[in-house]
Design a protein around this ligand. Structure first.
Ligand code: PYC
Length: 306
Protein backbone atom coordinates (compact mmCIF):
# COMPACT_ATOMS: atom_id res chain seq x y z
CA UNK A 1 0.00 0.00 0.00
CA UNK A 2 1.45 3.37 -1.04
CA UNK A 3 0.47 6.51 0.93
CA UNK A 4 0.25 10.02 -0.47
CA UNK A 5 -0.45 12.95 1.88
CA UNK A 6 -2.55 15.74 0.46
CA UNK A 7 -4.29 18.92 1.57
CA UNK A 8 -7.38 20.02 -0.34
CA UNK A 9 -8.68 23.57 -0.62
CA UNK A 10 -10.93 25.55 -2.90
CA UNK A 11 -10.42 28.97 -4.41
CA UNK A 12 -13.75 30.53 -5.29
CA UNK A 13 -15.21 27.03 -5.58
CA UNK A 14 -12.40 25.55 -7.71
CA UNK A 15 -10.56 22.76 -5.88
CA UNK A 16 -6.80 22.28 -5.49
CA UNK A 17 -5.17 19.15 -4.06
CA UNK A 18 -1.62 19.86 -2.82
CA UNK A 19 0.58 16.75 -2.64
CA UNK A 20 2.76 17.33 0.41
CA UNK A 21 4.37 13.86 0.72
CA UNK A 22 4.58 10.62 -1.22
CA UNK A 23 5.25 12.08 -4.66
CA UNK A 24 7.78 10.51 -7.06
CA UNK A 25 11.46 11.52 -7.21
CA UNK A 26 11.75 13.66 -10.35
CA UNK A 27 15.50 14.22 -10.30
CA UNK A 28 17.55 17.32 -9.73
CA UNK A 29 16.47 19.58 -12.58
CA UNK A 30 14.51 22.79 -12.40
CA UNK A 31 10.71 22.55 -12.18
CA UNK A 32 10.28 22.57 -15.98
CA UNK A 33 12.66 19.60 -16.23
CA UNK A 34 11.00 17.82 -13.32
CA UNK A 35 7.63 18.39 -15.02
CA UNK A 36 8.98 16.68 -18.16
CA UNK A 37 10.03 13.64 -16.08
CA UNK A 38 6.63 13.65 -14.34
CA UNK A 39 4.82 13.73 -17.68
CA UNK A 40 6.98 11.02 -19.26
CA UNK A 41 7.35 8.57 -16.34
CA UNK A 42 4.67 9.19 -13.70
CA UNK A 43 1.38 9.60 -15.50
CA UNK A 44 -0.14 6.81 -13.39
CA UNK A 45 0.63 8.85 -10.26
CA UNK A 46 -1.16 11.87 -11.78
CA UNK A 47 -4.23 9.75 -12.53
CA UNK A 48 -4.20 8.10 -9.11
CA UNK A 49 -4.29 11.50 -7.37
CA UNK A 50 -6.73 13.34 -9.65
CA UNK A 51 -9.06 10.92 -11.40
CA UNK A 52 -11.93 8.92 -9.93
CA UNK A 53 -12.25 7.03 -7.61
CA UNK A 54 -10.06 9.33 -5.42
CA UNK A 55 -10.62 12.54 -7.33
CA UNK A 56 -12.75 13.99 -10.13
CA UNK A 57 -12.41 15.99 -13.33
CA UNK A 58 -12.70 19.43 -11.65
CA UNK A 59 -9.74 18.86 -9.32
CA UNK A 60 -6.32 20.41 -9.97
CA UNK A 61 -3.25 18.80 -8.40
CA UNK A 62 -0.29 20.78 -7.10
CA UNK A 63 2.73 18.64 -6.28
CA UNK A 64 5.41 20.23 -4.12
CA UNK A 65 8.88 19.69 -5.61
CA UNK A 66 12.30 21.14 -4.78
CA UNK A 67 12.91 24.46 -6.60
CA UNK A 68 16.14 24.93 -8.56
CA UNK A 69 16.09 28.64 -7.70
CA UNK A 70 17.16 28.98 -4.06
CA UNK A 71 15.12 32.21 -3.68
CA UNK A 72 11.90 30.20 -4.06
CA UNK A 73 9.84 28.93 -1.13
CA UNK A 74 8.93 25.82 -3.13
CA UNK A 75 8.58 24.43 -6.59
CA UNK A 76 5.21 23.13 -7.78
CA UNK A 77 3.89 21.09 -10.69
CA UNK A 78 0.21 21.61 -11.51
CA UNK A 79 -1.76 18.83 -13.17
CA UNK A 80 -5.33 17.82 -13.92
CA UNK A 81 -7.37 14.89 -15.21
CA UNK A 82 -5.67 14.97 -18.64
CA UNK A 83 -2.12 16.14 -18.05
CA UNK A 84 0.32 18.72 -16.71
CA UNK A 85 -0.71 22.39 -16.64
CA UNK A 86 1.59 25.40 -17.13
CA UNK A 87 0.66 27.81 -14.37
CA UNK A 88 -2.49 27.74 -12.27
CA UNK A 89 -3.75 30.92 -10.62
CA UNK A 90 -6.46 29.49 -8.39
CA UNK A 91 -4.05 26.65 -7.56
CA UNK A 92 -1.30 29.07 -6.46
CA UNK A 93 -3.76 30.82 -4.13
CA UNK A 94 -4.75 27.40 -2.77
CA UNK A 95 -1.08 26.39 -2.44
CA UNK A 96 -0.19 29.50 -0.42
CA UNK A 97 -3.18 29.08 1.91
CA UNK A 98 -2.21 25.39 2.31
CA UNK A 99 1.42 26.22 3.20
CA UNK A 100 0.15 28.77 5.77
CA UNK A 101 -2.30 26.18 7.15
CA UNK A 102 0.61 23.76 7.59
CA UNK A 103 2.63 26.45 9.41
CA UNK A 104 5.30 26.40 6.67
CA UNK A 105 4.94 30.08 5.70
CA UNK A 106 3.71 33.33 7.23
CA UNK A 107 2.22 36.47 5.73
CA UNK A 108 4.65 38.02 3.28
CA UNK A 109 6.10 37.52 -0.17
CA UNK A 110 6.92 34.03 -1.47
CA UNK A 111 8.46 33.09 -4.79
CA UNK A 112 7.13 29.88 -6.31
CA UNK A 113 8.91 28.07 -9.16
CA UNK A 114 6.44 26.63 -11.68
CA UNK A 115 6.75 24.70 -14.90
CA UNK A 116 6.56 27.97 -16.90
CA UNK A 117 8.51 30.36 -14.69
CA UNK A 118 8.69 31.95 -11.26
CA UNK A 119 5.58 33.64 -9.84
CA UNK A 120 5.49 35.78 -6.72
CA UNK A 121 2.69 35.20 -4.24
CA UNK A 122 1.91 37.56 -1.38
CA UNK A 123 -0.01 36.23 1.59
CA UNK A 124 -1.70 39.27 3.10
CA UNK A 125 -2.50 39.69 6.79
CA UNK A 126 -6.24 39.21 6.11
CA UNK A 127 -5.61 35.81 4.48
CA UNK A 128 -6.10 36.96 0.90
CA UNK A 129 -3.41 36.07 -1.63
CA UNK A 130 -2.06 38.06 -4.56
CA UNK A 131 -0.23 36.22 -7.32
CA UNK A 132 2.08 38.13 -9.67
CA UNK A 133 1.86 35.83 -12.68
CA UNK A 134 4.43 35.27 -15.42
CA UNK A 135 4.50 37.74 -18.34
CA UNK A 136 1.26 37.50 -20.32
CA UNK A 137 0.19 38.84 -23.69
CA UNK A 138 -2.39 38.66 -26.46
CA UNK A 139 -1.00 36.73 -29.41
CA UNK A 140 -3.90 37.14 -31.86
CA UNK A 141 -6.68 39.75 -32.07
CA UNK A 142 -10.21 39.23 -33.40
CA UNK A 143 -9.86 35.89 -35.10
CA UNK A 144 -13.11 34.46 -36.50
CA UNK A 145 -14.07 30.82 -36.35
CA UNK A 146 -17.16 29.08 -37.67
CA UNK A 147 -19.05 27.04 -35.06
CA UNK A 148 -21.20 24.32 -36.68
CA UNK A 149 -24.90 25.02 -36.06
CA UNK A 150 -24.13 28.44 -34.64
CA UNK A 151 -22.16 30.57 -37.11
CA UNK A 152 -19.09 32.77 -36.87
CA UNK A 153 -17.71 34.03 -33.58
CA UNK A 154 -14.79 36.34 -33.04
CA UNK A 155 -12.28 36.35 -30.18
CA UNK A 156 -8.66 36.80 -29.09
CA UNK A 157 -5.90 34.33 -28.27
CA UNK A 158 -3.64 34.99 -25.28
CA UNK A 159 -0.87 33.32 -23.26
CA UNK A 160 -0.89 33.72 -19.46
CA UNK A 161 0.78 30.51 -18.27
CA UNK A 162 -1.88 28.55 -20.19
CA UNK A 163 -3.36 29.18 -23.66
CA UNK A 164 -6.78 30.84 -23.96
CA UNK A 165 -9.31 31.78 -26.60
CA UNK A 166 -11.37 34.65 -25.16
CA UNK A 167 -14.68 35.80 -26.60
CA UNK A 168 -17.73 37.84 -25.67
CA UNK A 169 -19.17 37.31 -29.15
CA UNK A 170 -20.91 33.98 -28.49
CA UNK A 171 -24.60 34.80 -27.96
CA UNK A 172 -24.96 32.39 -25.02
CA UNK A 173 -26.47 33.40 -21.67
CA UNK A 174 -23.91 32.61 -18.97
CA UNK A 175 -26.32 30.52 -16.92
CA UNK A 176 -26.31 26.79 -17.63
CA UNK A 177 -22.82 25.21 -17.27
CA UNK A 178 -23.92 22.01 -19.04
CA UNK A 179 -24.92 23.68 -22.29
CA UNK A 180 -22.00 26.12 -22.02
CA UNK A 181 -19.61 23.17 -21.73
CA UNK A 182 -21.01 21.63 -24.93
CA UNK A 183 -20.79 24.96 -26.74
CA UNK A 184 -17.27 25.76 -25.49
CA UNK A 185 -16.03 22.33 -26.60
CA UNK A 186 -17.24 23.13 -30.16
CA UNK A 187 -15.48 26.49 -29.95
CA UNK A 188 -12.24 24.80 -28.86
CA UNK A 189 -12.37 22.32 -31.75
CA UNK A 190 -12.95 25.15 -34.23
CA UNK A 191 -10.12 27.28 -32.77
CA UNK A 192 -7.74 24.29 -32.73
CA UNK A 193 -8.58 23.40 -36.35
CA UNK A 194 -8.14 26.98 -37.52
CA UNK A 195 -4.49 27.54 -36.71
CA UNK A 196 -4.42 27.57 -32.89
CA UNK A 197 -3.80 23.96 -31.79
CA UNK A 198 -2.14 25.20 -28.58
CA UNK A 199 -5.39 26.67 -27.17
CA UNK A 200 -6.80 24.37 -24.50
CA UNK A 201 -8.86 26.82 -22.37
CA UNK A 202 -11.95 28.59 -23.73
CA UNK A 203 -13.18 31.69 -21.93
CA UNK A 204 -16.67 33.05 -22.63
CA UNK A 205 -17.52 36.49 -21.23
CA UNK A 206 -20.86 38.09 -20.39
CA UNK A 207 -22.26 40.92 -18.29
CA UNK A 208 -21.48 40.96 -14.58
CA UNK A 209 -24.22 39.70 -12.26
CA UNK A 210 -22.67 40.25 -8.81
CA UNK A 211 -21.01 43.67 -8.90
CA UNK A 212 -17.85 42.74 -10.86
CA UNK A 213 -16.82 44.05 -14.28
CA UNK A 214 -17.73 40.87 -16.15
CA UNK A 215 -18.75 37.24 -15.64
CA UNK A 216 -16.95 34.36 -17.33
CA UNK A 217 -17.28 30.69 -18.11
CA UNK A 218 -13.97 28.85 -18.54
CA UNK A 219 -13.68 25.42 -20.13
CA UNK A 220 -10.57 23.62 -18.85
CA UNK A 221 -8.47 21.16 -20.90
CA UNK A 222 -10.00 18.04 -19.34
CA UNK A 223 -13.60 19.07 -20.12
CA UNK A 224 -14.60 20.42 -16.70
CA UNK A 225 -15.44 24.10 -16.22
CA UNK A 226 -13.60 26.30 -13.78
CA UNK A 227 -15.74 27.15 -10.75
CA UNK A 228 -13.44 30.12 -10.08
CA UNK A 229 -12.89 32.93 -12.60
CA UNK A 230 -9.58 31.16 -13.46
CA UNK A 231 -6.38 32.90 -12.39
CA UNK A 232 -4.52 32.42 -15.65
CA UNK A 233 -7.77 33.15 -17.52
CA UNK A 234 -8.12 36.46 -15.67
CA UNK A 235 -4.47 37.21 -16.47
CA UNK A 236 -5.21 36.50 -20.16
CA UNK A 237 -8.22 38.83 -19.95
CA UNK A 238 -6.02 41.58 -18.47
CA UNK A 239 -3.55 41.11 -21.35
CA UNK A 240 -6.40 41.59 -23.87
CA UNK A 241 -7.81 44.62 -22.02
CA UNK A 242 -4.33 46.16 -21.89
CA UNK A 243 -3.69 45.52 -25.58
CA UNK A 244 -7.10 46.95 -26.47
CA UNK A 245 -6.51 50.05 -24.32
CA UNK A 246 -9.70 49.47 -22.30
CA UNK A 247 -8.06 49.01 -18.85
CA UNK A 248 -5.30 51.32 -17.67
CA UNK A 249 -2.16 50.10 -15.92
CA UNK A 250 -2.85 49.91 -12.16
CA UNK A 251 -6.66 49.93 -12.49
CA UNK A 252 -8.57 47.01 -10.96
CA UNK A 253 -10.64 44.48 -12.92
CA UNK A 254 -13.04 42.24 -10.99
CA UNK A 255 -13.80 38.99 -12.78
CA UNK A 256 -16.82 36.93 -11.71
CA UNK A 257 -16.96 33.20 -12.30
CA UNK A 258 -19.96 31.24 -13.55
CA UNK A 259 -20.88 30.54 -9.89
CA UNK A 260 -20.40 34.19 -8.85
CA UNK A 261 -17.03 33.89 -7.06
CA UNK A 262 -14.53 36.65 -7.77
CA UNK A 263 -10.88 37.39 -8.47
CA UNK A 264 -9.53 40.91 -8.82
CA UNK A 265 -6.75 41.71 -11.25
CA UNK A 266 -4.38 44.55 -12.07
CA UNK A 267 -1.42 44.80 -14.41
CA UNK A 268 1.69 46.78 -15.16
CA UNK A 269 3.27 47.11 -18.55
CA UNK A 270 6.42 45.14 -19.26
CA UNK A 271 6.71 46.04 -22.94
CA UNK A 272 4.04 48.06 -24.72
CA UNK A 273 5.16 47.31 -28.34
CA UNK A 274 4.76 43.54 -27.82
CA UNK A 275 1.80 43.92 -25.44
CA UNK A 276 3.57 42.08 -22.60
CA UNK A 277 2.14 42.75 -19.16
CA UNK A 278 2.81 41.58 -15.61
CA UNK A 279 -0.65 40.62 -14.27
CA UNK A 280 -1.47 40.25 -10.58
CA UNK A 281 -4.58 38.45 -9.39
CA UNK A 282 -5.97 38.44 -5.86
CA UNK A 283 -8.36 36.01 -4.19
CA UNK A 284 -9.00 33.75 -1.23
CA UNK A 285 -8.90 30.00 -0.62
CA UNK A 286 -10.29 27.77 2.12
CA UNK A 287 -8.93 24.43 3.35
CA UNK A 288 -11.40 21.54 2.95
CA UNK A 289 -9.45 18.38 3.86
CA UNK A 290 -6.21 16.82 5.04
CA UNK A 291 -6.06 13.36 3.56
CA UNK A 292 -3.88 10.30 3.21
CA UNK A 293 -4.58 8.71 -0.17
CA UNK A 294 -3.97 4.97 -0.21
CA UNK A 295 -2.88 3.16 -3.38
CA UNK A 296 -3.53 -0.57 -3.26
CA UNK A 297 -1.89 -2.24 -6.26
CA UNK A 298 -4.47 -5.06 -6.20
CA UNK A 299 -7.28 -2.53 -6.75
CA UNK A 300 -8.19 -2.68 -10.48
CA UNK A 301 -8.86 1.09 -10.36
CA UNK A 302 -5.80 1.91 -8.24
CA UNK A 303 -4.37 4.20 -10.96
CA UNK A 304 -7.60 6.03 -11.74
CA UNK A 305 -10.55 5.51 -14.05
CA UNK A 306 -9.55 6.91 -17.45
O1 PYC B 1 -6.81 29.35 -12.05
O2 PYC B 1 -5.29 29.41 -13.62
C1 PYC B 1 -6.24 28.88 -13.05
C2 PYC B 1 -6.74 27.59 -13.57
C3 PYC B 1 -6.31 26.89 -14.66
C4 PYC B 1 -7.09 25.75 -14.75
C5 PYC B 1 -7.99 25.77 -13.72
N1 PYC B 1 -7.76 26.91 -13.02
Amino acid sequence: MTSIRTVDSHTGGEPTRVVIAGGPDLGKGNVAEQARVFRAQHDAFRRAVICEPRGHDVLVGAMLVPPADARCTTGVIYFNNVGVLGMCGHGTIGLIVTLAHLGRIRAGVHRIETNVGIVTATLHGDGTVSVANIPSWRTARAISVDIPGHGKITGDVAWAGNWFFLTADHGQPLTDPVSLTTFARCVRSAVNENGYPEVDHIELFGPAQSGGHSRNFVLCPGGAYDRSPCGTGTSAKLACLAAEGTLAEGDTWTQESIIGSKLTGTYRWLDRPTGKIAPTITGTAHITAETTLLLDDTDPFCWGIQ
